[in-house]
Write a protein that binds this ligand. Structure first.
Ligand code: ZN
Length: 281
């Protein structure tokens, strides 16, 4: 079973604390750490890149593509979709798509929403993506969490028909069954908190079920020293919460890349993408 490994390329302070802040330079260094870890294990993945990052560091984005990874869109400004109108969302995704396509000279057809912000509040989002030339989305968190997610959403990647009759592939974030319920195990904060043994158990379960999991993380999670930089600028409680488990993060993802078969979403979704292409007039 091939699982998808995906990286949301952004800067921690801009995406978490202040959307209007420029990107700090740290994401360049941490993206480099991720690329090195993947190269050492001969792993290719999907990088969802912010339009802002493409503007600020086009060379860093070219490096990702040159290393053979799939580059897709994380939107332009890291704006949560459920806080936007459909028109604002379209403008944001078109801006990101245009920047990335100009930079790389290749079509951008995949999307990951900031903070999994496509949910029941945004019934138009998949239509807007399909109508702006996207063939797949990987934004839906198939568990209802405090800030995002859709409870009971089908956990496996599949072709969905949108409200306005378009077809698009949706690849929800990985989850597994544990202690009588569905639990999150896709990456990010969940990887920081779960011991590696639990993560491994979850991916073994997906292997047995024949269901590919979508793993996500951010370059900054490979940067264990980052929280110290924001001492005095970001409240202590926030730094503790966000910094918890960062030290062991890279080690867990690196082991996962060794213990399981992982690759880019375009490979995991290949059959489904063909179905979308055949049925789109
Ligand atoms: Zn993000």
């Amino acid at each position: 079973m091939l699982h998808a490994i995906t990286v949301d390329v952004e800067d921690w302070y801009q995406s978490t604390i202040d959307a209007r802040a420029g990107l700090s330079d740290r994401f360049r260094t941490s993206t480099r750490l991720v690329l090195e870890a993947m190269a050492a294990r001969n792993v290719k993945g999907t990088f969802f890149v912010l339009g802002l990052a493409a503007e600020k560091a086009p060379d860093a984005v070219r490096d990702i593509a040159a290393a053979g990874h799939e580059v897709q869109s994380h939107g332009y400004g890291h704006l949560e979709v459920f806080n936007l109108s459909e028109e604002e969302f379209r403008q944001d995704v078109l801006r990101a798509k245009g920047l990335l396509e100009d930079l790389l000279g290749a079509p951008v057809c995949g999307f990951r929403a900031p903070s999994f912000s496509i949910d029941e509040r945004t019934p138009w989002a998949l239509d807007a993506l399909a109508e702006t030339g996207h063939r797949y989305d990987s934004s839906i968190f198939p568990i209802k969490m405090a800030r995002y997610g859709i409870g009971g959403y089908p956990p496996e990647p599949r072709v969905v028909t949108t409200a306005r009759g378009r077809r698009i592939v949706e690849a929800p974030i990985a989850c597994f069954d544990c202690l009588g319920g569905r639990r999150p195990v896709g990456g990010g904060g969940y990887f920081r908190l779960w011991p590696y043994a639990v993560i491994r158990r979850a991916f073994r379960q997906m292997d047995r079920d024949g269901r590919p999991g979508v793993i996500y993380f951010h370059p900054y999670e490979y940067d264990a020293a980052e929280m110290a930089v924001y001492r005095g600028k970001v409240p202590l409680a926030m730094r503790l919460h966000q910094g918890l488990g960062r030290r062991g993060f890279a080690r867990k993802v690196n082991r996962l890349m060794t213990d399981f078969q992982v690759g880019p979403l375009r490979d995991v979704l290949a059959d489904l993408l063909r179905q979308v292409d055949q049925q789109t007039p």
